[in-house]
Design a protein around this ligand. Structure first.
Ligand code: LMR
Length: 383
């Protein structure tokens, strides 16, 4: 056998020692298959939405920060599971993370319907404050008792209403129209009933077909969902009402999450925190961007609700407060009214429209974005 010269052996030994002692560069491809943790993240919206982009970012950062040990596979657009299937899939272990809208938790965790209460929240900041306070504690507590591990609260934005028949200015304009609503929310159902319309619960992935075949006349959603689903191309009227909030609870099954190796879990939770901050900014940017898309499409007449009209709608919807009280329980309901200013509308309803503070031209789509600066709050305008 040929002998390796001594000099070469020493050089090899030095290289080996140096690379062994230096900073370890983790090669994402080098994780043994047995060591890899695969997390399936299923959601129902398009990739180019706040939730869609944040799910992808979470996957990227999770791989990077765990040196490839965690692979998050994201399934957008209901490709794996649709509304109504996601929760079972999570519980059975078919997927490990989902991020449904709060409304869709209404059957199992009814108190999350608080976000469906029209005009309960005036701004996204108010919502974040409530979620960081006693309201969040109660809501997250409900999930934990039900075996769910809440990972984050992501924003989309305030909902607007579209339809194919006429501009929706006064409550009477709703009479006789049919509207798609998200599944599982009694508050949303009642909201449309009180306005004289007919609510139809429907999965998100069925909405476009239902609108284009005229199975329903309209729907409510955020601007980013309206644009990415192309609802505006078949719905000629949109009212900017900011009446309800669409947020998401990013969640895992408790047993699965707590069963992860502690170091991995800590890293993933750190990444989730970072992605949540990013997602909230993106939600604002994307809804603003998509409002411009709507304006420039020339396909939809946009009506900005005035403070007087908002008051009319609130009056028509006043019966919902009783229902909300039943759902939340007296304690949470009174906490909302007493501790978190402006959370419920009772005070607002007592004042008359003429004594209401005037809302200037800035539109609250997300936070307070001035989309139409320079425009007066006209009754209706075509863009
Ligand atoms: C809807 O069903 O309209 C929304 O919940 C979709 C989503 O997840 O944003």
């Amino acid at each position: 056998m040929k002998k390796t010269p001594l000099k070469i052996s020493i050089a090899l030994l030095v290289i080996f020692l140096l690379t062994g002692c230096g900073e370890r560069i983790e090669d994402l491809e080098q994780v043994a298959p047995g060591e890899k943790i695969v997390i399936k993240f299923s959601h129902v919206v398009a990739e180019d939405t706040p939730k869609g982009l944040a799910a992808k970012k979470f996957a990227e950062l999770a791989a990077k920060r765990t040196g490839g040990r965690v692979e998050v596979q994201v399934f957008p657009n209901s490709t794996l599971y649709a509304d109504g299937e996601e929760m079972n899939a999570l519980r059975s272990g078919a997927v490990q993370i989902i991020a449904p809208s709060t409304s869709k938790l209404g059957d199992m965790f009814p108190r999350w319907q608080v976000f469906d209460m029209p005009y309960a929240f005036e701004s996204v900041d108010e919502i974040h404050r409530a979620m960081n306070g006693s309201m969040g504690k109660t809501l997250y507590g409900d999930l934990e008792k039900g075996g769910i591990y809440p990972l984050a609260f992501w924003d989309n934005g305030f909902k607007q209403i579209t339809n194919r028949v006429r501009p929706l200015v006064h409550p009477s304009d709703f009479r006789g129209l049919t509207f798609r609503i998200m599944i599982n929310s009694r508050i949303l159902e009642e909201q449309f009933r009180l306005l004289g319309a007919v609510p139809v619960q429907m999965r998100f992935n069925e909405v476009y077909d239902a609108l284009s075949s005229r199975a329903v006349d309209g729907q409510e959603n955020t601007v980013s969902n309206i644009v990415t689903q192309k609802f505006h191309e078949i719905q000629p009227y949109l009212t900017v009402s900011n009446h309800g909030f669409m947020g998401y609870v990013v969640m895992a099954d408790q047993k699965f999450w707590l069963g992860l190796p502690p170091d991995i879990r800590a890293k993933l939770e750190e990444v989730m925190k970072e992605v949540t901050d990013w997602e909230r900014e993106q939600a604002m940017i994307i809804n603003e961007r998509d409002m411009k898309v709507l304006q420039e499409s020339g396909k939809v007449k946009i009506h900005l609700q005035t403070p007087e009209e908002k008051w009319e709608w609130k009056r028509a919807l006043a019966g919902l407060e009783k229902k909300l009280e039943e759902i939340l329980g007296a304690k949470m309901f009174s906490e909302l009214n007493n501790n978190d200013k402006n959370v419920l509308s009772s005070q607002y309803l007592r004042s008359s429209p003429t004594t209401l503070p005037r809302i200037e031209t800035s539109l609250v789509i997300m936070g307070s974005i001035d989309l139409f600066s320079g425009c007066s709050l006209t009754r209706e305008f075509s863009l």
